[in-house]
Design a protein around this ligand. Structure first.
Ligand code: SAM
Length: 245
């Protein structure tokens, strides 16, 4: 990834500044984040109390927001990247500029914590998990998705994906990918019983989307690929779990 003539290191957050205009383009380089946001939001039940808070760690431009509409949460997003937060705020997210490993919010404030496609970008992902669990009230829900620390994930998400025009080069550093068993163990250490399952884009929708991309035809949102469960967690996986009392 180049920035003003310089080559940025892998996973450099300044890449998100360069790509700021891409966030809300449904067929742009962050298209898959839109599909994943929809799948993540499907794991979030309607709020059970007035004033319920959902803290979205590494919220980016707030792509989760439209999928939470009507569920009754106040959506607070925390992110390192100010340019992304500006877009998030424009979509109704209360934006907090901060690090997911040191979140400026009080213990137990959140009914739901979301961490979508975040952990594989954080050099100390364990610290981000500790923060996510700290923010949850007892009975609160953690929802996340991330890339697994496997050879297959490195092949698919870096070597293959980054050759496609629809994926930014250097956006991932494969050394930061997160082993699913270690993640489950870390969540358990912090009182959250995380259940994980593999996910991937559904094949028919993905093929239709790729065909439209090749012909330059826009994809109507209703026809965007769906994220579906799959038997293997080796590449991309989703987790959800409740914090014990
Ligand atoms: C792949 S994007 C995902 C954005 C959003 N969760 C979504 O799914 O659309 C990763 C986001 O994490 C943010 N990020 C990376 N490291 C972070 C950290 N330590 N603390 C907070 N945000 C971070 C980046 O700025 C970027 O917005």
């Amino acid at each position: 990834m180049r920035d003003a003539g310089r080559v940025l290191p892998r996973n450099d957050p300044r890449q998100y500044d360069d790509l700021a205009d891409e966030w809300w383009r449904p067929d742009g380089v962050f298209a898959m984040l839109h599909w994943l946001a929809r799948a993540r939001a499907a794991l979030v039940p309607p709020a059970t109390r007035p004033g319920a808070l959902l803290v979205d760690l590494g919220c980016g431009a707030g792509l989760l927001a439209p999928h939470l509409a009507g569920k009754g949460y106040r959506h607070v997003g925390v992110d390192l990247t100010r340019s992304a937060l500006a877009h998030a705020a424009a979509h109704g997210v209360t934006a907090v500029n901060g690090d997911a490993t040191a979140v400026p919010l009080v213990d137990g404030c959140a009914d739901v914590v979301a961490a979508g496609e975040l952990l594989e970008h954080v050099p100390d992902w364990r610290a981000a998990v500790a923060e996510a669990c700290r923010l949850l009230r007892p009975g609160g829900l953690l929802v996340l998705d991330t890339l697994n620390d496997t050879a297959l994930a490195r092949l698919v998400a870096v070597r293959v994906a980054e050759r496609l025009p629809t994926v930014p080069r250097g956006i991932h550093d494969p050394r930061l990918f997160v082993d699913d068993r270690e993640l489950v163990a870390e969540c358990a250490r912090h009182g959250v019983d995380l259940r994980v399952r593999g996910v991937r884009p559904g094949v028919p929708g993905l093929l239709r989307w790729l065909l439209r991309q090749a012909t330059g035809a826009p994809t109507p949102p209703a026809q965007a690929p769906r994220i579906v469960p799959t038997g293997s967690r080796a590449v991309l996986y989703q987790g959800h779990g409740v914090r014990g009392g």
